[in-house]
Design a protein around this ligand. Sequence first.
Ligand SMILES: [Zn+2]
Ligand SMILES: [Zn+2]
Length: 221
Amino acid sequence: MTTCILCQTFFSSPLCFRDLFLMRKSREVLCGSCQSSFLKIGKNYCPTCQKAGYSEICPDCLAWQDRGHRICHTALYRYEQNMANYFVQYKQWGDYQLRFVFAKEIKEKFKEWKGYTIVPIPVSKQRYQERGFNQVEGILEAAEISYERILQKADVEHQIGKDRRERLAMEQVFAVKGKIKVQKGVILVDDVYTTGATMELAKKVLSENGCQNIFTFSIAR
Ligand SMILES: [Zn+2]
Ligand SMILES: [Zn+2]
């Protein structure tokens, strides 16, 4: 029996031959009911950002296209209530164990991107101190994917009198650290893709510093 890392109930997870051979536990971390509570993107999705429920390019991507941006995003799951709850538990409550929730699938997915430089979206120093970890790096480490800290995020002063939009714009200032050496291309990784603004800002900084072939990935869209 194993304990589900999300709901703490016991569940039986069958061990595969390799696990038995190596005398280790199966890497299943979620019970069946938690596993199925997350909704995959499904069959209908925006061809450029994978937003579920669209069969053509979604309004977010059309707006980016109008501004001359080329969106090429991959996501695993839909961002809905269960996913939102997961991120609250992981990020706000700081339950670091939960970095393992999607590890198996992420590891599998990243096999497609052999040779690419994996770059997590950074968090500000302030956020890092509050949380104690970068949520994206935690997830990549759980999936045993090596990454490079090429980007850094500028610290934000929360100024009174600025509205939410202005604060968000200020929070999303990226810079590159040192010299960048990229072979095949870059996969930028974030936890959630909402409007694409974070990814596009990070892409812009990377391409201004000589990076080409930049693609983006998030767990949820
Ligand atoms: Zn569970
Ligand atoms: Zn789209």
